[in-house]
Ligand binder design. Sequence first.
Ligand code: 5RP
Length: 234
Amino acid sequence: MLDQQGMKALAGKRAVETLVSSGMKLGLGTGSTAIPAVEHIGALLAAGKLRGILAVPTSFQTSMVCEQWGIPLYTLNSKEINGSLDLTIDGADQVDLRNYCTKGGGGALLLEKIIAHASSAYAVVVDESKLAGDLAVTVPLPVEVVSEARIPVTRALEALGAEVILREAVRKAGPVITEHGNLLLDIRFKQPPDSAALEAELNGIPGIVENGLFTRLRPKVFIARRDGTVEIRD
Ligand code: 5RP
């Protein structure tokens, strides 16, 4: 039987083995499930089993891991990438039965969403604990907000029925500041929201930069289970 980190590593590795081939332009995700996938790509490159990978990282965490493994780094704006990727592999905080996801537990949702939407194919790697009936009810949905709009956005979210918590930093006084200089509001609903409608509605509130709902993509979801099996759900 695998522990949670064992399941995460298994999901990431399986996604790489199933979907990644030489010469691909890849978006690389953030968090404790995506990082083992990044490391596996690094190991395959080092062993000469994979060649010519061009990677766009979704966060500082991911870019540091790529640096350690010598994975060539680019941005979406690099000439070699030219705004589009073959595949992105990333983790998620929750995945429902339609393969809609919430993301941003690691605070990287803005670039994660931009990169996912710039990719022809999208793979989400999770352990079975991430499967959910309803999104944003038990596990909070992160919303990235311009700091000057913190209170008006909080009131607008409360008017939608959300409980709103400003994400506080650990080992630093005050709030988390994202890699794009914004705040994160973690929101939760008592009644399950309509995820697809909510994703669009939230981004219509002035001051919200992006939210962690991913309902417009059709990912392949790799679900690792305690018994060492991986379900691939389209
Ligand atoms: C970071 C994310 C992560 O993919 C998500 O939080 C899952 O993280 P982990 O794999 O560590 O559980 O969206 O912003």
